[in-house]
Write a new protein. Structure first.
Length: 176
C-alpha cells in the first residue's frame, strides 16, 4: 500500500531539517584549539603533506594534519599563516592521539614551523599565533580553558610544542 502523500511530505521535511542542521553544525562545531610545533626547521604545506603521507600512509584525507601552520621564514615566510583543504572544508584534524578523539574532531590544530624543544619562538611568529588564536576564539566562542598546547593536554605524552614554547605567557596573551 502506498504511503499517504502527507506522511511522505512529513518525512521529506524532517530530512531537510536534519540536513540544514548538519550544514549549520559542521563548520561551527569547533570547540578546542591545540598548539603544536613541527619539530623541524623547514616547513611548507607541501612538505607537511609529504610528512603526513609517510606517517599515515593510506589516510584517505590527503591533507596536512593541522588546520593552520605558521611559518618561521624557512619555507613559508616568517609569521605567514597557511592552510589547505582540511581547513577550507572544516574536516577533522589528526593532530592529537586517539586518547583525545574529540580534540581531533572538534579541535582546531595550529602548528608552528620550528623546533621549540631546541630553539626559541621568533617574536613575529609568536605574535601571528596570538592573533590567529584570538580570532578563532572570537569566531567560534572558544574560551581560554579550551586552548592548550599539545603536550599540556590531558592524555597526551609529547614534548610538543617544545619546552621553549612560552605556554604561560601565551595563555595570558590570549586571555587579554
Ligand atoms: Zn603536536
Amino acid at each position: 500500500m502506498k504511503k499517504p502523500i502527507k506522511k511522505r511530505l512529513c518525512y521529506i521535511a524532517i530530512a531537510l531539517v536534519l540536513i540544514a542542521a548538519a550544514i549549520i553544525y559542521w563548520p561551527n562545531r569547533w570547540h578546542y584549539i591545540v598548539i603544536h610545533h613541527s619539530a623541524g626547521n623547514y616547513g611548507t604545506i607541501e612538505f607537511l603533506q609529504d610528512v603526513h603521507r609517510q606517517r599515515q600512509a593510506g589516510d584517505p584525507i590527503d591533507a596536512i594534519p593541522y588546520h593552520y601552520v605558521i611559518g618561521n621564514g624557512n619555507g613559508l615566510d616568517m609569521g605567514e599563516v597557511a592552510s589547505d583543504w582540511r581547513q577550507e572544508n572544516h574536516i577533522w584534524g589528526t593532530h592529537v592521539s586517539s586518547n583525545n578523539r574529540d580534540r581531533n574532531f572538534r579541535g582546531i590544530g595550529i602548528c608552528l614551523i620550528g623546533n621549540y624543544e631546541k630553539n626559541t619562538v621568533p617574536k613575529a611568529q609568536y605574535d601571528a599565533l596570538v592573533t590567529l588564536t584570538r580570532e578563532l576564539m572570537a569566531k567560534y566562542n572558544i574560551p581560554p580553558e579550551r586552548v592548550s598546547g599539545h603536550g599540556y593536554t590531558d592524555g597526551e605524552s609529547t614534548k610538543c610544542p617544545g619546552k621553549n614554547f612560552p605556554m604561560a605567557s601565551f595563555m595570558k596573551d590570549i586571555a587579554r
